[in-house]
Design a protein around this ligand. Structure first.
Ligand code: ADP
Ligand code: MG
Length: 281
């Protein structure tokens, strides 16, 4: 299998006035190139720490992390790792630096010292791929939260990373903005083949992922397809996560004696399952 990221027995401990907090506790997994992975977990479960480990912002206290075969601990290749794994954070306002959209997106490629014509092309491509090309001459602070976050994503895409890690990029957005981000990420994954690791506590955002990892207390407690993950309603609830409304409904029907399939996720599938169940009654 072709893995872009390999995590082997990674541990991360924060030391704060002699108090040691183990935020990531002996975690091992790999991320396949071109895949779309969602990492779910409630506050304090270690998601941000793990994200920072994956692009070398933090170095593991113990164990190793490899990006494209490069150990993130290697100081000579530090920049290469950061270039391969782009990071998008929660607050778009903290990530936008320029007063014009296209200047903002050009900021990263300019720092790579690329030729102006190459930069121009990268900026246009990146803005097109997040659906924001027509806003290239706008002022970022006048855009909606979802639009700003798409500009932040474009700025990272313009550096042409192989992998994109997003740490709760939708946490500050309204439902519309959240949908915009998730569909933009799916498009980047499908059309550009960019590996996506989306960290979130919104379950609905995991529905269309190839794979869902559930994190709790520094440990990956489950790692499976979205359908398999969401079947475990009780487990998810026990770690402070709420399941999608469709799952909740089917689960409640089943608990109340309806012979209904819980092996579905989308609204359409759920409607069909209910219709089918009623026909059988
Ligand atoms: P999440 O992103 O899932 O909310 P974090 O990775 O931010 O989780 O935090 C995991 C744990 O590490 C939490 O218990 C948190 O309090 C602790 N932690 C995070 N950052 C620091 C820090 N700079 N110093 C000490 N403890 C920290
Ligand atoms: Mg976090």
């Amino acid at each position: 299998m072709d893995n872009i990221i390999e995590v082997r027995n990674a541990v991360y401990e924060y030391v704060d006035e002699d108090v040691v907090k183990r935020a990531v506790d002996n975690v091992s997994f790999s991320i396949e190139r071109g895949s779309f992975t969602v990492i779910l977990g409630h506050n304090g479960s270690g998601k941000s720490t793990l994200a920072k480990l994956l692009n070398g912002l933090l170095k593991p206290t113990d164990g190793d992390i490899f990006v494209d075969g490069i150990n993130t601990k290697d100081e000579e290749t530090e920049i290469e790792v950061k270039r391969k794994v782009g990071m998008v954070f929660q607050n778009p306002d903290n990530q936008l630096v320029a007063s014009v959209v296209e200047e903002d997106v050009a900021f990263g490629p300019e720092n790579l010292g690329l030729h102006p014509s190459v930069i121009r092309k990268r900026v246009d491509d990146a803005l097109n791929s997040v659906g924001m090309y027509e806003y290239r001459e706008s002022t970022p602070h006048r855009l909606s939260g979802g639009q700003k976050q798409r500009i932040a994503i474009a700025g990272i895409i313009a550096m042409e990373p192989s992998c994109l890690i997003l740490d709760e990029p939708t946490a500050m957005l309204d439902p519309k903005g959240r949908k915009e981000i998730v569909s933009t990420l799916r498009k980047l994954n499908k059309e550009k083949g960019i590996t996506v690791v989306l960290i979130t506590h919104y379950m609905e955002e995991a529905e269309k992922a190839d794979r869902v990892m559930v994190m709790n207390d520094g440990v990956i407690i489950d790692d499976n397809t979205p359908k398999e993950i969401f079947k475990k309603v009780e487990v998810l609830k026990s770690v402070g996560l709420s399941v999608p409304q469709t799952t909740e409904l089917l689960y409640a029907l089943k608990q109340n004696g309806f012979n209904i399939s819980t092996d579905v996720l989308s609204v359409e599938e759920t409607a069909n399952a209910i219709a089918y169940c009623l026909e059988e009654e």
